[in-house]
Ligand binder design. Sequence first.
Ligand SMILES: [Cu+2]
Length: 151
Amino acid sequence: MINNTRKLLLTLCLLLMAGAIQANDKLSISRAYSPEAPPVVKVLAAYAVIENKSAKDITIVSIHSPDFSKVEFHRMESKNGMMSMVEQKQLTIPAGKVISLQPGEIHIMLIGPRKIFRDGDTLQLSLELDNGQQQTVSVPVRKHDLDNSFF
Ligand SMILES: [Cu+2]
């Protein structure tokens, strides 16, 4: 009995340690959301705040969603006075830094939705990091609020 309890405690400690190590080389993603779009729109956007709490730069090398045929990172750039979106193949979050994906700047472009997303739905993103970690993010879909276009 005592032996079993000790084993259980040891297992718990190992699990907690593993969790702490893993949390360190992943990204903290908060305030993720995707504005609801009319059903005819075949391209949606998603925004989030991505924080790298680790001591090493982390690069997101690919991004996918089971709900879309393609997902890309885009950056808004001004060329000859015209705004255009330029795909970013990868997104690096420097050690200890925060990157805000927001309208008019870097954003996640969700191309070819496999279903219609409405206010209150959730879409799934999966990130692949350069350190080999996989990370999934749940993104709530919300009605677009013009008075509060950033969150
Ligand atoms: Cu875009």
